[in-house]
Design a protein around this ligand. Structure first.
Ligand SMILES: [Fe+2]
Ligand SMILES: [Fe+2]
Length: 497
């Protein structure tokens, strides 16, 4: 394309500006510039959050954002930034989410949603001062509910004579002015309903009946909707790992992880429904293996292992039963068949060629391996810590996991996955609550501190952001090591319900 420098060393701003026309930008161009703009917006917000306003880095971030916004207005005659569900639109073009930019996307989405903002339209070119007023509020919103925060933000803009932004709240369905307790309750309901329905469905398959596909679809839709509005609560609930209901909670957990992963890998809502459905049924073949083998507390005899290892293709057979109730469940069959395959052919069922797994199979394989390895099952005694499992999956090629999917999984859960018990350098115990939205802070999650420095356990504890620094610029608290919750008599799941 003419006007584009041959190498990528120029700053995104400069490169994109050269590609701008004087009138209306094409969709591709908006998308390309939009990526740079979203990053600039995110960087400015993040810097402002971490450093004082006078800091040169903060000023530079604000200037970049100002410059880029002006260029967008000049090119397209307007600039409108809008959130819809989990998507960002810039001048009616949907911004594509991928591995490189989803952290900035989700950070932006969360900040705006938190402040009750669903749309920002520039009626003129914003100045550095305009941006400073807006971003300062987004970082530190006042008010209890999203609606209240939105009102206060508008008041603040009026008071400071910032008239360049025309703001609107999120669309009705997106507006979610509930407090943290309500969000948690809703997540819990979704989780419990999912487990109950999965139990019903798998038991009916076991008894040779046809399960109610509509019901299971509703469950998956519930999980997807919940993940799109409040991912943290639902991902946190996967740490419950109920011993008695392992078979069913496992299916629900794998579905939750798969949907959250699929979302990060850019799947649409409809694709997420589809993926969640296949993930929920990935082990349906186990319903055709005698229950005493599935639940056997001791090591399995060779013959028993052979039966367990047949569950992928037994799953394909079981899914044939569903074909009259729904469109042909081809993708589910592929996932049921492939989820224990590995790239180096050491998995099962045996493949004669290097396994070419479907995209869904790769996602479900990662979600499945993680949940299985971190759960206390009847036939494993000591589960690995979530952090150990994740590290193994990432660093040991023999695990046969798809590296891109694992990378997305690490970004979803952090280096210390949600639910990991850690010891801090303050000698307090803490449970990892959520991954840090700042990408360089994957090893500094948001934690819930659950003890004092003598190890006296406290419930419910208090949330703490390990990215927080003191005035001297050193981190206030850091993780020294992970710990086994059993040793301290802690049930991690208790801190997520
Ligand atoms: Fe399986
Ligand atoms: Fe599984």
């Amino acid at each position: 394309m003419t006007g584009t420098p041959p190498d990528g060393r120029l700053s995104g701003v400069a490169r994109n500006t050269q590609a701008l026309g004087a009138v209306g930008l094409g969709e591709g161009t908006v998308r390309r510039i939009g990526r740079t703009w979203v990053t600039a917006f995110y960087v400015a917000l993040r810097n402002l959050k971490m450093y004082p306003l006078e800091n040169a880095v903060v000023q530079k971030g604000l200037e970049d954002l100002t410059k880029l916004s002006a260029e967008l207005i000049d090119g397209d005659g307007e600039c409108e930034f809008r959130l819809a569900g989990e998507f960002l639109f810039l001048n009616a073009t949907r911004m594509k989410l991928d591995l490189d930019n989803y952290t900035s996307f989700s950070f932006l989405l969360n900040r705006c949603r938190d402040a009750g903002v669903g749309q920002i339209r520039f009626v003129d070119r914003p100045t550095v001062r305009d941006w400073t007023v807006l971003l300062s509020f987004l970082i530190n919103p006042q008010g209890k509910t999203a609606g209240e925060r939105f009102e206060l933000l508008n008041t603040r803009l009026n008071e400071t004579n910032v008239g360049v932004f025309d703001l609107a709240p999120p669309p009705e369905s997106d507006d979610n002015p509930e407090d943290e307790g309500e969000a948690k309750e809703r997540a819990k309901r979704t989780y419990q309903q999912s487990v109950t329905t999965t139990k019903e469905v798998l038991n009916s398959v076991r008894m040779g009946q046809s399960p109610n596909v509509k019901k299971i679809k509703r469950v998956v839709q519930g999980i997807v909707d919940q993940i799109l509005t409040d991912e943290t609560s639902l991902v946190g609930l996967t740490t419950i790992r109920d011993y008695d209901d392992y078979t069913f909670t496992h299916c629900v957990n794998v579905s939750i992880f798969s949907i959250a992963l699929g979302r990060r890998l850019g799947l649409t809502r409809l694709q997420l429904y589809d993926l969640g459905f296949t993930a929920l049924f990935h082990d349906i073949g186990k319903s055709r293996v005698p229950i005493d083998i599935i639940q056997k507390p001791d090591a399995l005899a060779e013959e028993e292992w052979r039966l367990v290892m047949a569950h992928p293709w037994l799953g394909v057979l079981a899914l044939f039963q569903l074909r009259e109730q729904s469109e042909f469940p081809y993708r589910s069959m592929m996932v049921a068949y492939q989820h224990h395959m590995k790239r180096d052919l050491t998995g099962y069922p045996r493949s004669l060629r290097i396994a070419e797994m479907t995209f869904y199979s790769k996602i479900v394989a990662v979600a499945d391996a993680f949940d299985a390895a971190t759960s206390r099952r009847v036939y494993t005694t000591v589960p690995l810590s979530p952090a150990q499992v994740l590290q193994e999956m990432r660093d040991n090629p023999r695990r046969g996991m798809d590296p891109v999917v694992v990378k997305a999984f690490v970004a979803l859960l952090g280096i210390y996955p949600v639910g990991t018990l850690v010891v801090l350098d303050s000698f307090e115990l803490a449970i990892v609550h959520a991954v840090n939205p700042i990408p360089e802070m994957l090893s500094r999650p948001i934690v819930r501190i659950i003890s004092d420095d003598l190890g006296n356990i406290e419930h419910p504890g208090r949330l703490f952001d390990l990215a927080e620094k003191d005035e001297a610029g050193t981190f206030k608290k850091s993780i020294i090591k992970t710990a086994d919750p059993e040793r301290y008599g802690i049930k991690v799941g208790d801190y997520f319900v």
